[in-house]
Design a binder for this molecule. Structure first.
Ligand code: ATP
Length: 358
């Protein structure tokens, strides 16, 4: 069963396709993210689902029924904005009660529902506080509570963590995920931050220039990207330009511009000898142990970037590629110093080739 279905959804502004023939389904009670760079059409897509923007063509169904032509306040959809849009002149309880009052619910029911939703978000007893007395994280939760008290079928979240500082954003990723599973409501979340999408979502659609490049579970997108755009946008990766010198089954020999040759899995099955490609290798698949695969590059350690569990080595090869290497077990890299000669290796299947235009 799907809470939200979008079919061939298109929005044109004049001749410009902000959203171009997008189709996707969101299963009931799941966390679905739309991930893409600034300007790719995420907000326009969400505004069409909320009813603030009419599609040029296509259909939007909530719980199986088309909502095309239905005004925003008659859709079972609520939206949390980046700047939350809480009313500063009202206390927390009044903020949460606002939508219920607009629906003309009786006072006893409103009081019961406000109390209940505050308990569910873990903030009992803040009803009388002013919004200005709350922390950033508490305000986030109140903005969600204000929507959830209206029991929407779908909650839309438009980069709600964008205005928070880094530390709070990290914490709120986990809290949002927990809140979503606790309410068991369908969340549609838009973001340009791949780590937010990967951590919170059941499924992610990667959007580029008005279209969806790939829809999948976070692990699927990370491990099996279907385009160079997805390989480059989801997760950290090394990427080097090159040209295919030979194709053998699903693999190709690729001459890197720097002069080295690597063996790569063909990301695009149609790639042929002579094609210009980009090579993608994730830093954590590269080892300093030479036995790991056919792909080997010698180089010199350019820098050690210490960042706890996300520490990196930057290795400059003779061909002038700069290779980023992650070593999960930091004690391995601690033995390596700037200027050391190292041999890098990785398995063929961890090296993907995608076509580049031109
Ligand atoms: P961001 O993350 O920066 O908010 P986005 O992915 O949400 O970007 P949109 O805001 O949906 O992107 O915009 C997509 C494209 O459509 C942009 O090029 C934008 O300039 C254009 N656009 C959006 N709204 C309008 C409008 N009302 N009239 C004309 N062009 C518009």
């Amino acid at each position: 069963m799907y809470d939200l279905e979008c079919q061939s959804l298109t929005k044109r502004f004049g001749a410009y396709h902000a959203v171009n023939n997008v189709s996707f389904d969101v299963p009931r009670g799941s966390f679905f993210s739309i991930l893409g760079p600034s300007g790719c059409g995420k907000t326009t897509l969400m505004r069409m689902i909320a009813g603030f923007e009419n599609p040029t063509s296509g259909d939007i169904r909530i719980k199986g029924a088309s909502v095309i032509g239905t005004p925003p306040n008659k859709r079972s959809v609520k939206m949390v904005f980046q700047h939350l849009a809480l009313f500063p002149m009202m206390n927390v309880g009044e903020n949460i009660a606002y939508g219920l009052r607009c629906q003309k619910e009786n006072k006893t029911d409103i009081a019961r529902k406000v109390k209940s939703v505050l308990e569910r978000i873990g903030l009992p007893g803040v009803a009388e506080k002013q919004v200005s007395q709350l922390s950033g994280g508490q305000r986030q939760r109140i903005a969600i509570a204000r929507c959830m008290v209206l029991e929407p079928d779908v909650l839309l979240l438009d980069e709600p963590l964008g205005a928070l500082d880094l530390k709070l954003r990290e914490r709120m990723k986990v809290e949002l995920k927990l809140l979503q599973s606790q309410f068991n409501t369908t969340f549609l979340y838009i973001t340009h931050d791949q780590s937010e999408a990967l951590i919170m979502s059941d499924n992610v659609a990667v959007m580029n220039a008005g279209q969806f490049e790939q829809i999948g579970a976070p692990q699927e997108l990370y491990n099996n990207p279907k385009s160079g755009f997805v390989a480059g946008f989801v997760g950290d990766t090394n990427r080097w330009p090159g040209r295919i010198s030979a194709v053998n089954g699903g693999e190709a020999r690729v001459a890197l511009e720097g002069g080295h040759e690597v063996v790569a899995k063909l990301g695009d099955p149609g790639l042929r000898e002579g094609a210009k490609v980009e090579i993608f290798v994730r830093p954590e698949t590269i080892s300093l142990t030479p036995s790991l695969g056919a792909n080997r590059l010698r180089g010199r350690v350019d820098s050690l970037l210490f960042n706890g569990a996300n520490s990196r080595l930057l290795v400059r090869t003779g061909g002038d590629e700069l290779v980023e290497v992650a070593q999960g077990v930091m004690d391995k890299t601690l033995a390596v110093r700037q200027g050391d000669e190292v041999e890098l290796s990785w398995r063929n299947e961890h090296c993907l080739a995608f076509a580049v235009a031109g």
